[in-house]
Design a binder for this molecule. Structure first.
Ligand code: SF4
Length: 54
Protein backbone atom coordinates (compact mmCIF):
# COMPACT_ATOMS: atom_id res chain seq x y z
CA UNK A 1 0.00 0.00 0.00
CA UNK A 2 2.82 2.43 0.86
CA UNK A 3 4.44 1.61 -2.47
CA UNK A 4 1.19 2.43 -4.25
CA UNK A 5 0.95 5.82 -2.47
CA UNK A 6 4.55 6.61 -3.30
CA UNK A 7 3.93 5.76 -6.93
CA UNK A 8 0.81 7.96 -7.04
CA UNK A 9 2.74 10.84 -5.46
CA UNK A 10 5.47 10.53 -8.08
CA UNK A 11 2.93 10.51 -10.91
CA UNK A 12 1.26 13.60 -9.44
CA UNK A 13 4.60 15.44 -9.15
CA UNK A 14 5.49 14.48 -12.71
CA UNK A 15 2.14 15.78 -13.96
CA UNK A 16 2.44 19.08 -12.03
CA UNK A 17 5.99 19.53 -13.34
CA UNK A 18 4.80 19.07 -16.91
CA UNK A 19 2.15 21.73 -16.44
CA UNK A 20 4.44 24.29 -14.81
CA UNK A 21 4.80 27.24 -17.23
CA UNK A 22 8.23 28.32 -15.96
CA UNK A 23 11.65 26.68 -15.77
CA UNK A 24 11.68 26.76 -11.96
CA UNK A 25 8.76 25.43 -9.96
CA UNK A 26 9.08 28.16 -7.34
CA UNK A 27 8.11 30.87 -9.85
CA UNK A 28 4.67 29.29 -10.06
CA UNK A 29 4.36 27.98 -6.49
CA UNK A 30 1.94 29.30 -3.89
CA UNK A 31 4.60 28.78 -1.20
CA UNK A 32 7.21 30.97 -2.88
CA UNK A 33 7.76 33.22 0.12
CA UNK A 34 10.41 33.07 2.88
CA UNK A 35 7.83 32.63 5.61
CA UNK A 36 6.02 29.86 3.72
CA UNK A 37 8.95 27.84 2.38
CA UNK A 38 12.30 27.14 4.01
CA UNK A 39 13.53 24.62 1.49
CA UNK A 40 17.15 25.29 0.44
CA UNK A 41 16.32 24.80 -3.24
CA UNK A 42 13.99 27.82 -3.27
CA UNK A 43 13.79 29.86 -5.53
CA UNK A 44 15.31 27.58 -8.17
CA UNK A 45 13.67 24.23 -7.48
CA UNK A 46 13.15 21.96 -10.44
CA UNK A 47 11.89 19.13 -8.24
CA UNK A 48 9.95 19.58 -5.04
CA UNK A 49 7.45 17.37 -3.20
CA UNK A 50 5.74 20.45 -1.72
CA UNK A 51 5.16 22.27 -5.00
CA UNK A 52 1.60 23.57 -5.35
CA UNK A 53 0.60 25.62 -8.39
CA UNK A 54 -0.82 29.07 -7.71
S1 SF4 B 1 7.57 24.51 -1.86
FE1 SF4 B 1 9.10 23.82 -3.37
S2 SF4 B 1 8.43 24.68 -5.31
FE2 SF4 B 1 7.35 25.78 -3.68
S3 SF4 B 1 8.61 27.59 -3.25
FE3 SF4 B 1 9.26 25.97 -1.85
S4 SF4 B 1 10.97 24.96 -2.90
FE4 SF4 B 1 9.86 26.14 -4.43
Amino acid sequence: MALWRSWLRQIKQWWLRLRCPTEFLCDNCRYDHPSACRRPQRPNATQCPDYRPR
